[in-house]
Write a protein that binds this ligand. Structure first.
Ligand code: PLP
Length: 394
């Protein structure tokens, strides 16, 4: 009789081969790939709860919309389930039309991505070859540098100055090998935005051979006075360098899980990006959910209003606790906790409140917190007050 744990000799042989394959791998791993530190994947919430022995945890760490997707998007998604045996529309016709109409650009000036992340990938694939240079800031959204590294490009990473992009240093760094400049505006993780006058001046000073990518993942939350005119910039009305705008449905529209974002750009640039993308890169649910969310203006405005009120409230309250907050144009903000941020992060985790320590970004005393629901915000403040006291920071 074969026992429960019986494994045939053949299976054992193959298992051993598979398990030890890593040690025998003869393939040369390219230096640029070996040098990459993988994006740290967060653990699923219930795994984290098991590990830390907590329940009812709240996650204020990924700048998501805490109120969830628009109810209209949820209804549209439910109905769409029945069509999942079909391939999606490779041109995202209806979604692209709706975005074009809303923003007053042409359909051929829009490129959809599996999250705006994917549009970053298209840009680098299409315009960066081995040895070409790309300029980014530190800290800023980490994926720019990683994708450039995969491509064998050269990253020039310039420190922020007073928590903002140092446009003057960036401009000085431009060489005839520069292909792209990435500016997240507002910046993640500081939440600061570039004043439009400074941005227009900067764009006028950049050579026309360089594409400036303005990553506007958080633009919905930004003060209207800080918005720049995407239409005239992508059409190059002022004869400046080409500008590409990145937008996403992951933040204000509450659809992070669907992965849908887009870029706005001159149609000649868009044509290049379409050449490097897969034919069905936006899945059917993402197309339907994003379209319904885009049309639900009421819910979108409600999200912006709730976020602004939450940000106001939390900024005030953390100052009352003795911390310093950095004014933000987004749905998150940085807090100087006046002590080691890693320790505070750990202490908050044990209370079931997940925030982001900024020490890996070089801000040893800062945490980044996403605005939550009213209930989550109160719970965050309570835990923060307790942890600050326990650690003796304030
Ligand atoms: C500045 C910035 N750009 C882009 C992204 C990527 O967003 P998406 O979910 O659209 O890929 C993020 C996500 O956090 C971000 O913070």
């Amino acid at each position: 009789m074969k026992g429960e744990n019986w494994i045939s000799r053949n299976t054992q042989f193959f298992l051993r081969k598979i398990l030890f394959y890593g040690e025998r791998l003869k393939v040369k791993i390219p230096d640029n790939i070996a040098a990459i530190t993988p994006y740290p994947p967060g653990k699923p919430l219930d795994e984290l709860e098991r590990e830390y022995g907590i329940t009812n945890s709240i996650k204020l760490a990924s700048n998501e919309n805490p109120w969830g997707p628009s109810p209209k998007a949820i209804r549209a998604l439910r109905a769409e389930l029945l069509n999942l045996h079909r391939y999606p529309d490779g041109s995202c016709y209806y979604l692209v039309q709706a975005i074009a109409e809303k923003l007053g650009v042409a359909a051929d000036e829009i490129v959809m991505g599996n999250g705006s992340n994917e549009v970053i990938e298209f840009l680098v694939k299409a315009f960066v070859q081995e040895g070409d240079e790309v300029i980014t800031s530190h800290p800023s959204f980490l994926m720019y540098q990683k994708i450039v590294q995969v491509r064998g490009g050269v990253n020039h990473v310039l420190p922020l100055k007073e928590m903002r992009h140092d446009l003057r240093s960036i401009q000085k760094k431009v060489s005839d090998k520069t292909r792209l400049i990435f500016l997240d505006n507002p910046n993640n993780p500081t939440g600061t935005a570039i004043p439009p006058v400074e941005l227009y001046q900067f764009l006028s000073d950049i050579p026309e051979s360089v594409i400036v990518v303005l990553d506007e993942a958080y633009v919905d939350f930004m003060d209207k006075k800080l918005h720049v005119d995407a239409f005239s910039l992508i059409r190059n009305v002022g004869r400046r360098c080409p500008v590409v705008f990145l937008r996403t449905f992951s933040k204000a529209y509450g659809l992070s899980g669907l992965r849908v974002g887009y870029g706005l750009m001159a149609k000649e640039i868009a044509e290049c990006l379409h050449k490097v993308r897969q034919p069905f890169n936006i899945n059917q649910m993402a197309q339907v959910g994003a379209l319904a969310a885009l049309e639900d203006e009421e819910y979108y405005l409600l999200t912006l209003d709730r976020t602004a009120r939450g940000l106001d409230y939390l900024s005030r309250e953390v100052e009352r606790l003795g911390c310093k907050s950095i004014p933000s144009e987004t749905n998150f903000f940085l807090i100087d906790v006046q002590g080691d941020a890693d320790k505070l992060y750990q202490a908050m985790l044990y209370k079931g409140v997940i925030v982001r320590s900024m020490s890996a970004y070089g801000f040893k005393n800062f945490i980044r917190v996403t605005i939550g629901t009213e209930e989550e915000n109160s719970r965050f403040l309570e835990s923060l007050a307790d942890c600050l006291g326990e650690l003796g920071y304030v």
